[in-house]
Every structure is written in C-alpha cells, then in structure tokens.
Design a protein around this ligand. Sequence first.
Ligand code: ASP
Length: 490
Amino acid sequence: MKRVLNVETPNYINGKVKVSGWVNVVRAHGKILFIDLRDRTGILQVVFLPLAFTIDASAGKQETEIYNKVKEVRPEWVVEIIGEVVKRPPQMVNAKIPTGQIELVAKELKVLSEAKTLPFDVGTDGYETNEEIRMKYRYLDIRRERMHRNFKIRHEVFQFMRDFLSKEGFIEIETPNLTKSTPEGARDFVVPSRLQPGTFYALPQSPQQYKQLLQVGGFERYFQIARCFRDEDPRADRQAEFTQLDIEMGFVDREDVMEINEKLMIAIVKNLFPEKQIQQIPFPKITYQESMEKYKTDKPDIRSDKSNDNLLAFCWIIDFPFFEKSETGGWIFTHNPFSAPKTEFMDSLMKQKNISEILATQYDIVLNGCEIGGGSIRNHKPEALETVFEIMGYKKNRIKNNFGHMLEAFSYGAPPHGGIAYGFDRFLSVILKEPNIREVIAFPKTGDSRDLMMDAPSGIDPKQLKELQLQLSPVKSSRKPAKKISKRKK
Ligand code: ASP
C-alpha cells in the first residue's frame, strides 16, 4: 500500500489509507486513545478504539492487539498506521487544521522507530529553550512547526527570486569557494593546500571579484544564491557563514540597479507576504549625511507605526563617503574597494585629493532599521581601481599580487557594471519577525562560531597536518572548553 500524506487524507473519506510520521501527542479520552500524527504536511488525528467500541466487529481481535500496542507508543516515535478515514462528528471538527474535518480510525500500527525522551519539548516554538541545547540537538529543534514554516518560506522566497530574475534575463552562475582573498572588511577563512604545500586558499567573503569577471566574460545579468564566509569577532547577529542573493549587471547606472531591485522586493512582498504593507513606493532615497543628521544612523527605521507588525519600511541610503580613516591613520574603504566614485568625484580620486569628500556610488537597502543589502557601480577602468588601492596605501607589488588579475581583466574590454548583494538570512528574519538570523538558518553556529552539534571546529589528525606540511606552534587555544550540557528530563 502506498503512503498517503496527512494533508491528502480528507480525499479518502470512508476509504482505507496508510499514513506515517512522528507521534506528536498521545491522548486518552476516556477509553479511547488518540495519536496526533505529524508528517511534513501537518497533523492528522488518529483514533484507537478499544474492543467494546469497534465499528467492525469481525476485526475485534486485531483491534484489541492494536489498542494494547498503542498504549506503549510514546511521543516522537515514528509509526506507520493503516486505517479508515471517517468524518468527525460536527462537535469534534477542528477548523484550524486542514485535516480537521476527518480522523483516521486505526486498524494496523507498525512502529518504525522508537525515540528516547527528547532533551526538550518540540511542540513549543522553542524561544523558551536554552539556545546551546537547541544548537546541540538542532536536528530535533528543527522538528518544531515554527522551524518547518521558516524553512518552507525560505525555500519559497528563493524560488520566487530565481523565477523573477530568470524572467528578467538573469542567469544563475556558481563561483568557487576555494579562492583568493576578496576583501569585504572582515578576516578570511583560509584553507591549506595539500597539493601546493605552504599555500592557502581563502574562502570568499563574497563572490565580488568573480561576478565582476563574469561581466568581463559578457554575462551581463548574473545572480547567485551564494554562501559567503567572514571570520569576524563574536557578534550576536552575525554568522561566520551566511547566504547572499548576489547580483551583477552590465551597462547599468546606479538607478538601473536600484530600480530592478526595488521591483524584486515589491514582488516578493506582494506575492509571498500579501498581509504586509510597504510603507512607501518608490522606496525613499536618503543620503548618508541626511540619515546621520536626522536618525543618527545609516540604517534608519523609518516606520511610521512601529507597533504594526505588518509594516515594511524600505529605504535606500546613498552617497556614502568612499573612504574613512583607518585605525592606523591611513585610508580604508567604507564598503567595497571595487566601487566607483560618483562621476563628479572621479577627478579627485584619480588625483588622490580631497579624499574624505569623495562620495561612492554605493547604495544600501534598509528594511525596518536593518541593512538587508548593498551594492555599487564599479570601477571598470583599471587605472581607477588601481588608484583606490594606492589611496589605501597598497604598494605596487601588493596590488599586482592580490588584484593583478582584476586589473588585467579590465584591460580587455570591461563593460560598465554594478550590482548588489542581499544578506538573505537577515532579510528573511526581518520579514518573519524572528529575533535572530539563527532562526532562519538550518544549522547555524553560535555567536563565537562553534557548531555544537558537530563539535566544530575541532583538532585534526596529526597525519593530516603532516600531509599539509603544517606544524602547530604550542600556543594555548583560546577556545573555552565545551560546556557540559545535561539533558532535561521531561
Ligand atoms: N560584495 C558586496 C557585499 O558582499 C555587495 C556588492 O557590492 O555587490 O557586501
């Protein structure tokens, strides 16, 4: 017999079906026992009748056995049940669930897998549970209905973005994860090479260089749902590895990129979150200076009613300073070294004068006070890009070693281009009103970048170190010993 999903059972009234899933709850109502069976589509109420109540007298013996068997069953066991779908009496109808009109009268029960008592209750939304315990048992934590909803929506938003961008002529191209440093203002994660001993790959902080090189390659409309890696100091709402929707376009100016992205954001909200209202369309454009003066931040929360959970206030922040003073007194880019200055500042850039006044073509997109994305028009002329690195005090050799490939690529006919990247996890957590990006990432790391479930990072085999020709100096690890997590008995 083929398995039927819980949500499909109402199509089989008075018919026999086989369902399977997890035991959400076992309940007794007088002598009658109920299981709420959970599968990926939701809950189904299953009834187990003692002999005296059987509707099918000839099957009496069998039902006695099944009734005794179900008494053993515990929450979170995995079971398969064959039974008859019947309409519920009117007073028992549950309008809140899709299977609320029916129930399954069990005839056969098979235990597919037993479960130990779980370390926490997965029937709640989980906010009340200690986060370290949630992370250690993440595979259980994600059984929650809320987590299923979050990942389903995450998938739907991805699908929508892919579809929208494809229709606009973009193509999805993957770029490497084993690569060379791409600065985005954080530290790189490095991976030692076995085949080229003594050398290292860097994991990309973003696909920035590749997406620009794709422009040189003639892919005028690129996107990618890209994993990015940034080794940052512990910060509550950051993840060492996170997902971007990354976009790059050829032959565009700032307004073109902003326009298509605004269209994308509006379409996502209207199609997938119709209960939400966008405060203002077109999204307001606020200069960095104005934002700092008026809101004291470059991520202003411009909602007119902060108590309205369905209000989405998008805005663009533009005209950022290109450079700021670094801790050592030199100049450092504020966003991205590959950005172009606004046209009227190109002369200052090339002459390396009035550096603090140069404004970049950078645009950030802010939603309800959170920066959800940002991008810029790029320097597609090699001499302009080189000058940016010179302003930052890079010596000719360092420019050549680190970015020579970009400068060379731009000398073979680079189109004017620009793009944007969204912090996808952040965007989703704002839309879903989740307090933390970890709630929308299946297997996130802790604030200090540990994976408590897999116990990563961890030491490696001395044999691997040898193969990589690496030697560890006897520096004490700064890592705190993993906390012992004791299971909470229910
Ligand atoms: N690469 C930039 C970032 O990751 C985004 C962009 O300029 O397209 O923030």
